[in-house]
Design a protein. Structure first.
Length: 651
Protein backbone atom coordinates (compact mmCIF):
# COMPACT_ATOMS: atom_id res chain seq x y z
CA UNK A 1 0.00 0.00 0.00
CA UNK A 2 1.25 3.48 -0.82
CA UNK A 3 2.75 4.96 2.30
CA UNK A 4 1.49 8.40 1.36
CA UNK A 5 -2.11 7.37 1.64
CA UNK A 6 -4.08 8.39 4.70
CA UNK A 7 -4.88 4.95 6.02
CA UNK A 8 -7.86 4.02 8.16
CA UNK A 9 -7.70 4.82 11.83
CA UNK A 10 -10.12 4.76 14.71
CA UNK A 11 -13.13 6.95 14.41
CA UNK A 12 -12.25 8.66 11.18
CA UNK A 13 -15.85 7.68 10.68
CA UNK A 14 -16.49 11.00 12.34
CA UNK A 15 -14.94 13.11 9.61
CA UNK A 16 -13.77 12.89 6.03
CA UNK A 17 -10.05 13.51 5.56
CA UNK A 18 -9.30 16.88 4.01
CA UNK A 19 -6.56 15.35 1.90
CA UNK A 20 -6.05 11.69 1.24
CA UNK A 21 -2.31 12.31 0.99
CA UNK A 22 -2.04 14.48 4.11
CA UNK A 23 0.45 17.33 4.53
CA UNK A 24 3.52 17.44 2.31
CA UNK A 25 7.14 18.47 2.59
CA UNK A 26 8.37 20.01 5.83
CA UNK A 27 4.86 20.05 7.28
CA UNK A 28 4.67 16.28 6.79
CA UNK A 29 7.86 15.74 8.78
CA UNK A 30 6.70 18.09 11.53
CA UNK A 31 3.39 16.22 11.80
CA UNK A 32 5.19 12.87 11.98
CA UNK A 33 7.59 14.19 14.63
CA UNK A 34 4.73 15.49 16.76
CA UNK A 35 2.76 12.28 16.17
CA UNK A 36 5.72 10.18 17.33
CA UNK A 37 6.11 12.40 20.40
CA UNK A 38 2.41 12.01 21.19
CA UNK A 39 2.55 8.21 20.84
CA UNK A 40 5.62 8.02 23.10
CA UNK A 41 3.84 10.21 25.65
CA UNK A 42 0.74 7.99 25.55
CA UNK A 43 2.75 4.76 25.91
CA UNK A 44 4.81 6.27 28.74
CA UNK A 45 1.63 7.23 30.59
CA UNK A 46 -0.26 4.02 29.89
CA UNK A 47 2.51 1.67 31.03
CA UNK A 48 3.92 3.97 33.75
CA UNK A 49 7.39 3.78 32.20
CA UNK A 50 8.71 7.04 33.62
CA UNK A 51 10.93 7.60 30.59
CA UNK A 52 13.78 10.01 31.47
CA UNK A 53 12.13 10.41 34.88
CA UNK A 54 9.02 11.94 33.28
CA UNK A 55 5.60 10.79 34.54
CA UNK A 56 3.11 13.68 34.46
CA UNK A 57 -0.02 14.02 36.56
CA UNK A 58 -3.34 13.17 34.92
CA UNK A 59 -4.33 16.73 34.09
CA UNK A 60 -0.79 17.62 32.92
CA UNK A 61 -0.84 14.61 30.58
CA UNK A 62 -4.09 15.83 29.03
CA UNK A 63 -2.73 19.34 28.49
CA UNK A 64 0.39 17.92 26.82
CA UNK A 65 -1.72 15.78 24.50
CA UNK A 66 -3.90 18.74 23.57
CA UNK A 67 -0.82 20.84 22.89
CA UNK A 68 0.78 18.21 20.64
CA UNK A 69 -2.26 17.14 18.67
CA UNK A 70 -3.80 20.60 18.30
CA UNK A 71 -0.48 21.57 16.74
CA UNK A 72 -0.84 18.57 14.41
CA UNK A 73 -4.32 19.78 13.41
CA UNK A 74 -3.04 23.25 12.52
CA UNK A 75 -0.14 21.83 10.50
CA UNK A 76 -2.20 19.17 8.71
CA UNK A 77 -5.52 20.91 8.02
CA UNK A 78 -5.68 24.14 6.00
CA UNK A 79 -7.47 27.30 7.11
CA UNK A 80 -9.97 26.55 4.34
CA UNK A 81 -10.13 24.27 1.30
CA UNK A 82 -9.41 27.27 -0.93
CA UNK A 83 -6.22 28.07 0.97
CA UNK A 84 -4.78 24.56 1.14
CA UNK A 85 -1.01 24.77 0.91
CA UNK A 86 -1.06 28.53 1.52
CA UNK A 87 -0.54 30.79 4.56
CA UNK A 88 1.90 28.26 6.01
CA UNK A 89 3.22 30.86 8.45
CA UNK A 90 -0.23 31.15 10.06
CA UNK A 91 -0.39 27.40 10.60
CA UNK A 92 3.11 27.39 12.08
CA UNK A 93 2.21 30.29 14.39
CA UNK A 94 -0.96 28.55 15.61
CA UNK A 95 0.90 25.27 16.13
CA UNK A 96 3.57 27.07 18.16
CA UNK A 97 0.88 28.81 20.23
CA UNK A 98 -0.78 25.44 20.95
CA UNK A 99 2.52 23.91 22.06
CA UNK A 100 3.37 26.90 24.27
CA UNK A 101 -0.03 27.36 25.95
CA UNK A 102 -0.79 23.67 26.39
CA UNK A 103 2.78 22.91 27.43
CA UNK A 104 2.79 25.71 30.03
CA UNK A 105 -0.49 24.50 31.53
CA UNK A 106 0.86 20.94 31.58
CA UNK A 107 3.96 22.04 33.49
CA UNK A 108 1.72 23.71 36.08
CA UNK A 109 -0.75 20.84 36.43
CA UNK A 110 -0.03 20.41 40.14
CA UNK A 111 -0.51 24.14 40.79
CA UNK A 112 -3.85 24.10 38.96
CA UNK A 113 -5.10 21.42 41.34
CA UNK A 114 -3.52 22.35 44.65
CA UNK A 115 -3.90 26.14 44.36
CA UNK A 116 -7.43 26.12 42.97
CA UNK A 117 -6.62 28.01 39.77
CA UNK A 118 -10.01 26.99 38.43
CA UNK A 119 -11.43 29.67 40.74
CA UNK A 120 -8.58 32.14 41.15
CA UNK A 121 -5.57 31.97 38.84
CA UNK A 122 -2.54 34.21 38.27
CA UNK A 123 -2.43 36.47 35.22
CA UNK A 124 -0.11 34.19 33.21
CA UNK A 125 -2.45 31.22 33.72
CA UNK A 126 -5.42 33.33 32.61
CA UNK A 127 -3.56 34.39 29.46
CA UNK A 128 -2.54 30.82 28.60
CA UNK A 129 -6.06 29.56 29.25
CA UNK A 130 -7.54 32.25 27.00
CA UNK A 131 -5.09 31.45 24.21
CA UNK A 132 -5.85 27.73 24.47
CA UNK A 133 -9.62 28.18 24.36
CA UNK A 134 -9.31 30.29 21.18
CA UNK A 135 -7.07 27.64 19.63
CA UNK A 136 -9.55 24.90 20.57
CA UNK A 137 -12.32 26.77 18.76
CA UNK A 138 -10.19 27.15 15.64
CA UNK A 139 -9.21 23.49 15.87
CA UNK A 140 -12.82 22.31 16.07
CA UNK A 141 -13.67 24.53 13.09
CA UNK A 142 -10.97 22.95 10.96
CA UNK A 143 -11.61 19.37 12.02
CA UNK A 144 -15.37 19.41 12.59
CA UNK A 145 -16.71 22.18 10.39
CA UNK A 146 -18.85 25.29 10.95
CA UNK A 147 -21.84 23.50 12.52
CA UNK A 148 -19.70 21.96 15.23
CA UNK A 149 -17.95 25.30 15.80
CA UNK A 150 -21.31 27.04 16.19
CA UNK A 151 -22.42 24.38 18.68
CA UNK A 152 -19.22 24.71 20.70
CA UNK A 153 -19.54 28.51 20.73
CA UNK A 154 -23.22 28.48 21.68
CA UNK A 155 -22.85 26.14 24.64
CA UNK A 156 -19.30 27.12 25.52
CA UNK A 157 -20.43 30.71 26.09
CA UNK A 158 -23.68 29.65 27.78
CA UNK A 159 -22.32 30.40 31.31
CA UNK A 160 -22.01 34.07 30.27
CA UNK A 161 -25.76 34.51 29.89
CA UNK A 162 -27.32 31.51 31.67
CA UNK A 163 -28.62 33.75 34.45
CA UNK A 164 -30.81 35.63 31.96
CA UNK A 165 -32.40 32.57 30.37
CA UNK A 166 -36.06 31.65 31.04
CA UNK A 167 -37.46 28.56 32.75
CA UNK A 168 -35.41 25.41 32.86
CA UNK A 169 -32.72 27.08 30.71
CA UNK A 170 -31.82 29.31 33.65
CA UNK A 171 -28.50 28.42 35.23
CA UNK A 172 -25.57 29.69 37.25
CA UNK A 173 -23.95 32.65 35.52
CA UNK A 174 -20.19 33.23 35.21
CA UNK A 175 -18.07 36.23 34.25
CA UNK A 176 -15.85 36.08 31.19
CA UNK A 177 -12.65 35.11 33.01
CA UNK A 178 -14.56 32.69 35.27
CA UNK A 179 -15.90 30.96 32.16
CA UNK A 180 -12.42 30.68 30.64
CA UNK A 181 -10.98 29.27 33.88
CA UNK A 182 -13.82 26.75 34.26
CA UNK A 183 -13.44 25.50 30.69
CA UNK A 184 -9.65 25.27 30.59
CA UNK A 185 -8.54 24.78 34.20
CA UNK A 186 -11.57 22.81 35.42
CA UNK A 187 -12.02 19.06 34.93
CA UNK A 188 -15.46 18.96 33.28
CA UNK A 189 -14.81 20.76 30.00
CA UNK A 190 -11.79 20.71 27.69
CA UNK A 191 -10.02 18.07 29.80
CA UNK A 192 -13.29 16.37 30.74
CA UNK A 193 -14.56 12.89 29.93
CA UNK A 194 -14.22 13.09 26.11
CA UNK A 195 -10.54 14.05 26.28
CA UNK A 196 -9.87 11.58 29.10
CA UNK A 197 -11.28 8.80 26.93
CA UNK A 198 -9.00 9.73 24.02
CA UNK A 199 -6.00 9.81 26.33
CA UNK A 200 -6.71 6.58 28.17
CA UNK A 201 -8.29 4.37 25.51
CA UNK A 202 -8.65 5.71 22.00
CA UNK A 203 -5.04 6.40 21.06
CA UNK A 204 -4.18 2.73 21.50
CA UNK A 205 -7.05 1.63 19.27
CA UNK A 206 -6.11 4.21 16.64
CA UNK A 207 -2.65 2.63 16.57
CA UNK A 208 -4.16 -0.86 16.33
CA UNK A 209 -6.41 0.13 13.41
CA UNK A 210 -3.54 1.73 11.53
CA UNK A 211 -1.22 -1.24 12.08
CA UNK A 212 -3.96 -3.58 10.86
CA UNK A 213 -4.37 -1.81 7.53
CA UNK A 214 -0.71 -0.94 6.94
CA UNK A 215 0.30 -4.58 7.38
CA UNK A 216 -2.42 -5.52 4.84
CA UNK A 217 -4.90 -6.95 7.31
CA UNK A 218 -7.69 -5.46 5.19
CA UNK A 219 -6.61 -7.67 2.27
CA UNK A 220 -6.75 -10.75 4.46
CA UNK A 221 -10.27 -10.15 5.77
CA UNK A 222 -11.63 -9.45 2.30
CA UNK A 223 -9.95 -12.60 0.96
CA UNK A 224 -11.35 -14.64 3.82
CA UNK A 225 -14.88 -13.37 3.16
CA UNK A 226 -14.41 -14.12 -0.53
CA UNK A 227 -13.23 -17.64 0.22
CA UNK A 228 -16.25 -18.31 2.42
CA UNK A 229 -19.02 -16.65 0.39
CA UNK A 230 -17.69 -15.44 -2.95
CA UNK A 231 -19.06 -18.42 -4.90
CA UNK A 232 -22.57 -18.32 -3.36
CA UNK A 233 -25.61 -16.63 -4.88
CA UNK A 234 -24.82 -12.90 -5.03
CA UNK A 235 -21.50 -13.79 -3.43
CA UNK A 236 -19.60 -10.52 -3.98
CA UNK A 237 -22.28 -8.58 -2.07
CA UNK A 238 -22.03 -11.01 0.83
CA UNK A 239 -18.27 -10.66 0.72
CA UNK A 240 -18.67 -6.88 1.00
CA UNK A 241 -21.05 -7.25 3.96
CA UNK A 242 -18.84 -9.66 5.91
CA UNK A 243 -15.45 -8.27 4.85
CA UNK A 244 -16.30 -4.62 5.47
CA UNK A 245 -18.04 -5.57 8.70
CA UNK A 246 -14.98 -7.34 10.09
CA UNK A 247 -12.48 -4.76 8.86
CA UNK A 248 -14.55 -1.82 10.10
CA UNK A 249 -15.15 -3.46 13.47
CA UNK A 250 -11.39 -3.48 14.03
CA UNK A 251 -10.52 -0.07 12.62
CA UNK A 252 -13.63 1.71 13.96
CA UNK A 253 -13.91 3.75 10.78
CA UNK A 254 -16.71 4.30 8.25
CA UNK A 255 -15.22 6.55 5.57
CA UNK A 256 -11.72 5.07 5.59
CA UNK A 257 -13.20 1.58 5.57
CA UNK A 258 -15.16 2.41 2.41
CA UNK A 259 -12.10 3.91 0.74
CA UNK A 260 -10.12 0.79 1.62
CA UNK A 261 -12.57 -1.97 0.66
CA UNK A 262 -14.92 -0.44 -1.95
CA UNK A 263 -12.35 -0.41 -4.80
CA UNK A 264 -12.28 -4.20 -4.47
CA UNK A 265 -15.89 -5.02 -3.50
CA UNK A 266 -17.86 -2.69 -5.80
CA UNK A 267 -16.37 -3.90 -9.14
CA UNK A 268 -16.89 -7.56 -8.20
CA UNK A 269 -20.51 -6.86 -7.21
CA UNK A 270 -21.10 -5.09 -10.51
CA UNK A 271 -19.50 -7.95 -12.39
CA UNK A 272 -22.16 -10.45 -11.23
CA UNK A 273 -25.04 -8.07 -11.98
CA UNK A 274 -25.59 -5.69 -9.05
CA UNK A 275 -26.25 -2.10 -10.23
CA UNK A 276 -23.62 0.48 -9.29
CA UNK A 277 -25.90 2.32 -6.85
CA UNK A 278 -26.89 -0.93 -5.12
CA UNK A 279 -23.27 -2.08 -4.84
CA UNK A 280 -22.28 1.28 -3.35
CA UNK A 281 -25.22 1.13 -0.93
CA UNK A 282 -24.17 -2.33 0.27
CA UNK A 283 -20.66 -1.06 0.96
CA UNK A 284 -21.97 2.07 2.72
CA UNK A 285 -24.30 0.09 5.00
CA UNK A 286 -21.72 -2.58 5.80
CA UNK A 287 -19.10 0.04 6.70
CA UNK A 288 -21.55 2.11 8.76
CA UNK A 289 -22.69 -0.91 10.73
CA UNK A 290 -19.09 -1.87 11.41
CA UNK A 291 -18.66 0.96 13.89
CA UNK A 292 -21.37 -0.72 15.98
CA UNK A 293 -19.64 -4.11 15.84
CA UNK A 294 -17.34 -5.17 18.71
CA UNK A 295 -14.57 -5.43 19.64
CA UNK A 296 -13.44 -1.89 18.70
CA UNK A 297 -16.68 -0.12 17.61
CA UNK A 298 -15.16 3.37 17.49
CA UNK A 299 -14.45 6.31 19.79
CA UNK A 300 -18.04 6.81 20.85
CA UNK A 301 -18.22 3.41 22.57
CA UNK A 302 -15.30 4.34 24.82
CA UNK A 303 -16.99 7.63 25.67
CA UNK A 304 -20.19 5.73 26.42
CA UNK A 305 -18.40 3.45 28.88
CA UNK A 306 -17.02 6.49 30.70
CA UNK A 307 -20.37 8.26 30.88
CA UNK A 308 -22.08 5.12 32.20
CA UNK A 309 -19.26 4.37 34.63
CA UNK A 310 -18.87 0.80 33.35
CA UNK A 311 -16.02 -1.13 31.80
CA UNK A 312 -15.68 -1.00 28.05
CA UNK A 313 -16.13 -4.77 27.93
CA UNK A 314 -19.66 -4.25 29.29
CA UNK A 315 -20.50 -2.08 26.26
CA UNK A 316 -18.91 -4.64 23.95
CA UNK A 317 -21.05 -7.46 25.34
CA UNK A 318 -24.23 -5.36 25.12
CA UNK A 319 -23.55 -4.35 21.50
CA UNK A 320 -22.79 -7.81 20.11
CA UNK A 321 -26.32 -9.11 19.39
CA UNK A 322 -27.75 -5.91 17.81
CA UNK A 323 -24.68 -5.61 15.57
CA UNK A 324 -24.88 -9.24 14.44
CA UNK A 325 -28.62 -8.90 13.78
CA UNK A 326 -27.94 -5.89 11.57
CA UNK A 327 -25.51 -7.89 9.43
CA UNK A 328 -27.87 -10.86 9.32
CA UNK A 329 -30.56 -8.54 7.94
CA UNK A 330 -28.11 -7.17 5.36
CA UNK A 331 -27.23 -10.70 4.25
CA UNK A 332 -30.94 -11.55 3.95
CA UNK A 333 -31.46 -8.55 1.69
CA UNK A 334 -28.54 -9.03 -0.68
CA UNK A 335 -29.34 -12.74 -0.97
CA UNK A 336 -33.03 -12.13 -1.74
CA UNK A 337 -32.10 -9.41 -4.21
CA UNK A 338 -29.80 -11.87 -5.99
CA UNK A 339 -32.42 -14.63 -5.92
CA UNK A 340 -35.13 -12.40 -7.37
CA UNK A 341 -32.87 -11.27 -10.23
CA UNK A 342 -31.11 -14.57 -10.84
CA UNK A 343 -27.66 -13.28 -9.91
CA UNK A 344 -24.86 -15.80 -9.37
CA UNK A 345 -21.60 -15.77 -7.46
CA UNK A 346 -18.03 -15.84 -8.71
CA UNK A 347 -16.72 -19.03 -10.31
CA UNK A 348 -15.03 -21.35 -7.81
CA UNK A 349 -11.83 -21.00 -9.80
CA UNK A 350 -11.74 -17.26 -9.02
CA UNK A 351 -12.33 -17.48 -5.28
CA UNK A 352 -9.46 -18.30 -2.93
CA UNK A 353 -9.38 -21.47 -0.84
CA UNK A 354 -10.24 -21.06 2.84
CA UNK A 355 -7.29 -22.96 4.35
CA UNK A 356 -4.55 -21.17 2.37
CA UNK A 357 -6.12 -17.83 3.24
CA UNK A 358 -6.24 -18.72 6.94
CA UNK A 359 -2.66 -19.98 6.79
CA UNK A 360 -1.54 -16.67 5.31
CA UNK A 361 -3.62 -14.54 7.65
CA UNK A 362 -2.80 -16.16 10.98
CA UNK A 363 -0.98 -13.03 12.27
CA UNK A 364 -4.21 -11.02 12.14
CA UNK A 365 -6.26 -13.74 13.79
CA UNK A 366 -3.61 -14.11 16.50
CA UNK A 367 -3.53 -10.37 17.18
CA UNK A 368 -7.33 -10.27 17.26
CA UNK A 369 -7.33 -13.13 19.76
CA UNK A 370 -4.80 -11.26 21.90
CA UNK A 371 -6.93 -8.11 21.74
CA UNK A 372 -10.08 -9.93 22.84
CA UNK A 373 -8.28 -11.95 25.54
CA UNK A 374 -6.62 -8.92 27.14
CA UNK A 375 -9.77 -6.82 26.73
CA UNK A 376 -12.41 -9.29 27.88
CA UNK A 377 -10.55 -11.76 30.11
CA UNK A 378 -7.70 -9.82 31.69
CA UNK A 379 -9.83 -6.64 31.64
CA UNK A 380 -6.80 -4.51 30.76
CA UNK A 381 -8.88 -2.43 28.38
CA UNK A 382 -6.51 0.47 27.87
CA UNK A 383 -3.47 -1.76 27.27
CA UNK A 384 -5.11 -4.38 25.04
CA UNK A 385 -4.62 -2.56 21.69
CA UNK A 386 -0.93 -1.97 22.41
CA UNK A 387 -0.32 -5.66 23.10
CA UNK A 388 -2.33 -6.65 20.02
CA UNK A 389 -0.43 -4.17 17.84
CA UNK A 390 2.95 -5.48 19.02
CA UNK A 391 1.88 -9.06 18.33
CA UNK A 392 0.66 -8.08 14.85
CA UNK A 393 3.87 -6.24 13.97
CA UNK A 394 6.01 -9.18 15.09
CA UNK A 395 3.81 -11.85 13.46
CA UNK A 396 3.60 -10.05 10.11
CA UNK A 397 7.36 -9.56 9.95
CA UNK A 398 7.84 -13.12 8.64
CA UNK A 399 6.50 -12.16 5.19
CA UNK A 400 8.14 -9.50 3.05
CA UNK A 401 4.87 -8.06 1.75
CA UNK A 402 3.48 -7.46 5.26
CA UNK A 403 6.47 -6.67 7.47
CA UNK A 404 6.86 -3.21 8.96
CA UNK A 405 9.35 -1.46 6.67
CA UNK A 406 10.68 2.06 7.17
CA UNK A 407 8.19 3.47 4.65
CA UNK A 408 5.29 1.69 6.32
CA UNK A 409 6.45 2.89 9.72
CA UNK A 410 6.39 6.49 8.47
CA UNK A 411 2.89 5.91 7.08
CA UNK A 412 1.82 4.49 10.45
CA UNK A 413 3.08 7.47 12.42
CA UNK A 414 1.54 9.92 9.96
CA UNK A 415 -1.80 8.14 10.02
CA UNK A 416 -1.94 7.99 13.81
CA UNK A 417 -0.96 11.65 14.06
CA UNK A 418 -3.65 12.78 11.61
CA UNK A 419 -6.43 10.71 13.14
CA UNK A 420 -5.65 11.50 16.76
CA UNK A 421 -5.14 15.16 15.85
CA UNK A 422 -8.64 15.38 14.40
CA UNK A 423 -10.11 13.56 17.37
CA UNK A 424 -8.42 15.80 19.91
CA UNK A 425 -9.51 18.93 18.05
CA UNK A 426 -13.12 17.78 17.85
CA UNK A 427 -13.44 16.40 21.37
CA UNK A 428 -11.74 19.39 22.97
CA UNK A 429 -14.41 21.51 21.29
CA UNK A 430 -17.15 19.14 22.43
CA UNK A 431 -15.70 19.49 25.92
CA UNK A 432 -16.86 23.12 25.81
CA UNK A 433 -20.43 21.88 25.24
CA UNK A 434 -20.19 19.45 28.15
CA UNK A 435 -18.67 22.10 30.41
CA UNK A 436 -21.19 24.79 29.49
CA UNK A 437 -24.12 22.52 30.34
CA UNK A 438 -22.50 21.03 33.45
CA UNK A 439 -21.21 24.18 35.12
CA UNK A 440 -24.53 26.01 34.74
CA UNK A 441 -26.60 23.04 35.96
CA UNK A 442 -28.85 23.16 32.90
CA UNK A 443 -28.15 19.57 31.82
CA UNK A 444 -30.06 18.07 34.75
CA UNK A 445 -32.89 20.59 34.46
CA UNK A 446 -33.33 19.83 30.75
CA UNK A 447 -33.74 16.11 31.42
CA UNK A 448 -36.33 16.76 34.14
CA UNK A 449 -38.32 19.08 31.90
CA UNK A 450 -38.23 16.62 28.99
CA UNK A 451 -39.62 13.92 31.26
CA UNK A 452 -42.32 16.30 32.43
CA UNK A 453 -43.35 17.46 28.94
CA UNK A 454 -43.50 13.88 27.67
CA UNK A 455 -45.96 13.09 30.43
CA UNK A 456 -44.07 9.90 31.20
CA UNK A 457 -44.72 8.60 27.68
CA UNK A 458 -41.71 6.48 26.75
CA UNK A 459 -42.69 6.15 23.06
CA UNK A 460 -42.97 9.94 22.78
CA UNK A 461 -39.54 10.44 24.33
CA UNK A 462 -38.00 7.78 22.12
CA UNK A 463 -39.46 9.32 18.97
CA UNK A 464 -38.28 12.78 20.04
CA UNK A 465 -34.85 11.36 20.84
CA UNK A 466 -34.64 9.51 17.53
CA UNK A 467 -35.52 12.60 15.52
CA UNK A 468 -33.13 14.80 17.52
CA UNK A 469 -30.27 12.29 17.18
CA UNK A 470 -30.86 12.00 13.47
CA UNK A 471 -30.97 15.77 12.88
CA UNK A 472 -27.90 16.44 15.01
CA UNK A 473 -26.09 13.60 13.25
CA UNK A 474 -26.42 15.56 10.00
CA UNK A 475 -24.36 18.46 11.27
CA UNK A 476 -22.20 16.89 13.95
CA UNK A 477 -19.86 13.96 14.15
CA UNK A 478 -21.42 10.85 15.66
CA UNK A 479 -19.27 11.21 18.76
CA UNK A 480 -20.28 14.85 19.21
CA UNK A 481 -23.95 14.03 18.67
CA UNK A 482 -23.79 11.20 21.21
CA UNK A 483 -22.00 13.29 23.87
CA UNK A 484 -24.49 16.11 23.49
CA UNK A 485 -27.54 13.86 23.84
CA UNK A 486 -26.04 11.64 26.52
CA UNK A 487 -26.05 14.74 28.72
CA UNK A 488 -29.50 16.03 27.79
CA UNK A 489 -31.63 13.08 26.67
CA UNK A 490 -30.21 9.87 28.13
CA UNK A 491 -30.86 10.81 31.79
CA UNK A 492 -34.54 11.37 30.97
CA UNK A 493 -34.81 7.97 29.30
CA UNK A 494 -33.16 6.31 32.28
CA UNK A 495 -35.41 8.16 34.74
CA UNK A 496 -38.39 6.92 32.72
CA UNK A 497 -37.35 3.38 33.62
CA UNK A 498 -35.40 2.28 30.53
CA UNK A 499 -32.18 0.32 30.74
CA UNK A 500 -29.22 2.77 30.92
CA UNK A 501 -27.03 0.96 28.36
CA UNK A 502 -30.00 0.47 26.01
CA UNK A 503 -30.82 4.18 26.27
CA UNK A 504 -27.28 5.23 25.37
CA UNK A 505 -27.06 2.69 22.53
CA UNK A 506 -30.39 4.02 21.23
CA UNK A 507 -28.89 7.50 20.88
CA UNK A 508 -25.75 6.12 19.23
CA UNK A 509 -27.67 4.07 16.65
CA UNK A 510 -29.88 6.97 15.58
CA UNK A 511 -26.93 9.33 15.38
CA UNK A 512 -25.27 6.88 12.97
CA UNK A 513 -28.21 6.95 10.56
CA UNK A 514 -27.16 10.24 8.98
CA UNK A 515 -24.30 8.34 7.32
CA UNK A 516 -26.69 6.40 5.09
CA UNK A 517 -29.71 8.72 4.92
CA UNK A 518 -30.14 11.69 2.55
CA UNK A 519 -29.53 14.58 2.42
CA UNK A 520 -26.18 14.09 4.20
CA UNK A 521 -25.48 10.34 3.73
CA UNK A 522 -21.69 10.79 3.94
CA UNK A 523 -20.99 7.05 3.73
CA UNK A 524 -23.32 6.60 0.76
CA UNK A 525 -21.83 9.57 -1.08
CA UNK A 526 -18.29 8.30 -0.50
CA UNK A 527 -19.21 4.85 -1.79
CA UNK A 528 -21.04 6.42 -4.77
CA UNK A 529 -17.86 8.27 -5.72
CA UNK A 530 -15.99 4.97 -5.82
CA UNK A 531 -18.77 3.19 -7.74
CA UNK A 532 -19.51 6.05 -10.14
CA UNK A 533 -23.19 6.04 -9.18
CA UNK A 534 -25.54 8.94 -8.44
CA UNK A 535 -25.06 10.10 -4.83
CA UNK A 536 -28.73 10.62 -3.93
CA UNK A 537 -29.87 7.41 -5.61
CA UNK A 538 -27.19 5.60 -3.64
CA UNK A 539 -28.31 7.38 -0.49
CA UNK A 540 -31.91 6.23 -0.83
CA UNK A 541 -30.82 2.67 -1.60
CA UNK A 542 -28.58 2.78 1.49
CA UNK A 543 -31.48 3.99 3.60
CA UNK A 544 -33.61 1.07 2.43
CA UNK A 545 -30.83 -1.47 2.99
CA UNK A 546 -30.14 0.04 6.40
CA UNK A 547 -33.73 -0.33 7.55
CA UNK A 548 -32.71 -2.62 10.46
CA UNK A 549 -30.77 0.32 11.93
CA UNK A 550 -34.06 2.22 12.12
CA UNK A 551 -35.86 -0.68 13.80
CA UNK A 552 -33.28 -2.33 16.06
CA UNK A 553 -32.90 0.55 18.56
CA UNK A 554 -36.61 0.47 19.36
CA UNK A 555 -36.45 -3.30 19.80
CA UNK A 556 -33.58 -3.46 22.28
CA UNK A 557 -34.59 -0.36 24.23
CA UNK A 558 -37.91 -2.05 25.03
CA UNK A 559 -36.43 -5.54 25.30
CA UNK A 560 -33.01 -5.51 27.02
CA UNK A 561 -32.64 -9.25 26.38
CA UNK A 562 -31.08 -8.23 23.06
CA UNK A 563 -28.28 -6.45 24.92
CA UNK A 564 -27.62 -9.49 27.13
CA UNK A 565 -29.80 -8.39 30.04
CA UNK A 566 -31.94 -11.29 31.17
CA UNK A 567 -31.89 -15.06 31.52
CA UNK A 568 -30.30 -17.27 28.89
CA UNK A 569 -33.74 -18.49 27.81
CA UNK A 570 -35.03 -14.93 27.38
CA UNK A 571 -31.96 -13.93 25.37
CA UNK A 572 -32.09 -16.94 23.04
CA UNK A 573 -35.86 -16.60 22.57
CA UNK A 574 -35.76 -12.89 21.74
CA UNK A 575 -32.78 -13.30 19.39
CA UNK A 576 -34.61 -16.05 17.52
CA UNK A 577 -37.84 -14.05 17.31
CA UNK A 578 -36.02 -10.88 16.21
CA UNK A 579 -34.17 -12.82 13.50
CA UNK A 580 -37.48 -14.17 12.20
CA UNK A 581 -38.97 -10.68 12.32
CA UNK A 582 -36.05 -9.20 10.38
CA UNK A 583 -36.38 -11.98 7.80
CA UNK A 584 -40.10 -11.22 7.43
CA UNK A 585 -39.56 -7.47 7.07
CA UNK A 586 -36.73 -8.07 4.60
CA UNK A 587 -38.92 -10.47 2.61
CA UNK A 588 -41.59 -7.77 2.45
CA UNK A 589 -39.09 -5.25 1.15
CA UNK A 590 -37.55 -7.60 -1.41
CA UNK A 591 -40.86 -9.27 -2.50
CA UNK A 592 -39.33 -12.69 -1.98
CA UNK A 593 -40.05 -15.73 0.20
CA UNK A 594 -37.58 -18.60 0.32
CA UNK A 595 -38.96 -21.80 -1.30
CA UNK A 596 -41.78 -19.71 -2.77
CA UNK A 597 -40.21 -17.04 -4.90
CA UNK A 598 -41.54 -13.61 -5.76
CA UNK A 599 -44.76 -12.54 -4.02
CA UNK A 600 -47.34 -9.79 -4.54
CA UNK A 601 -48.18 -6.63 -2.64
CA UNK A 602 -50.75 -8.25 -0.35
CA UNK A 603 -48.30 -10.91 0.84
CA UNK A 604 -45.65 -8.24 1.35
CA UNK A 605 -47.94 -6.20 3.58
CA UNK A 606 -48.90 -9.27 5.61
CA UNK A 607 -45.24 -10.23 5.99
CA UNK A 608 -44.41 -6.76 7.29
CA UNK A 609 -47.31 -6.84 9.78
CA UNK A 610 -46.32 -10.30 11.00
CA UNK A 611 -42.70 -9.25 11.43
CA UNK A 612 -43.64 -6.15 13.42
CA UNK A 613 -45.99 -8.16 15.67
CA UNK A 614 -43.26 -10.70 16.45
CA UNK A 615 -40.82 -8.09 17.71
CA UNK A 616 -43.37 -6.55 20.11
CA UNK A 617 -42.03 -7.83 23.47
CA UNK A 618 -45.25 -9.53 24.61
CA UNK A 619 -46.19 -13.19 24.29
CA UNK A 620 -49.58 -12.44 22.75
CA UNK A 621 -48.15 -10.22 20.02
CA UNK A 622 -45.36 -12.69 19.22
CA UNK A 623 -47.82 -15.57 18.89
CA UNK A 624 -50.09 -13.46 16.69
CA UNK A 625 -47.13 -12.53 14.50
CA UNK A 626 -46.07 -16.16 14.19
CA UNK A 627 -49.60 -17.15 13.16
CA UNK A 628 -49.71 -14.38 10.55
CA UNK A 629 -46.34 -15.39 9.09
CA UNK A 630 -47.23 -19.07 9.12
CA UNK A 631 -50.45 -18.30 7.32
CA UNK A 632 -48.95 -16.17 4.55
CA UNK A 633 -46.13 -18.67 3.94
CA UNK A 634 -48.54 -21.64 3.84
CA UNK A 635 -50.91 -19.89 1.45
CA UNK A 636 -48.09 -18.92 -0.91
CA UNK A 637 -46.66 -22.47 -0.84
CA UNK A 638 -50.11 -23.87 -1.69
CA UNK A 639 -50.52 -21.39 -4.53
CA UNK A 640 -47.08 -22.28 -5.87
CA UNK A 641 -47.88 -26.03 -5.84
CA UNK A 642 -51.28 -25.44 -7.45
CA UNK A 643 -49.75 -23.31 -10.18
CA UNK A 644 -47.03 -25.90 -10.75
CA UNK A 645 -49.65 -28.66 -10.98
CA UNK A 646 -51.81 -26.67 -13.36
CA UNK A 647 -48.79 -25.91 -15.49
CA UNK A 648 -47.79 -29.58 -15.62
CA UNK A 649 -51.33 -30.66 -16.53
CA UNK A 650 -51.56 -27.98 -19.17
CA UNK A 651 -48.26 -29.09 -20.60
Amino acid sequence: MDSDKNIAGADTADFAPVSAAGPQGTMRWLVMALGALGVILAVNQQFLLGLFGFQPLGNSYLYYLIAIFLAVTFLALPISSKLEGKLTWVNLLLAAAALISGGWLGMHGLDIITRGWEYDAPLTADIMATVLIVLVLEGVRRAGGPVLLATALLFGTFPLYAGHMPGFLWGTQFSGIETVRAHVLGVESIIGIPMQVVAELVIGFVIFGSVLVITKGSDFFMELASALLGHSRGGPAKVAVIGSGILGSLSGSVISNILTSAPFSVPTMRRVGYPASYAAAVEACASTGATLMPPVMGTVAFVMASFLGVQYSTIVIAAVIPAILFYVALLFQVDMYAARRGLHGLPRSETPKVLPVLAKGWPYLLSLAVLIFVLMVLRLESRSPYYASIVMIIATSFRKETRMTYERFKALILDVALNVGKLVAILAGIGLVVGGLSYTGVAGAFSRELLLYAGGSIPLMLIAGAVTSFVLGMGMTVTACYIFLSILLAPALVQAGLNPIASHLFILYWGMLSYITPPVALAAITAANVAGSKPMETGFRSMRLGLPLFVLPFIFVYDPALIMHGSAIDIVTRVALTTIALWAITSAFESWIYKVGQVGIVSRLVLAVGGILIIVPTLTASIAGAVVLGGVISINLMLKRRNATMGANHG
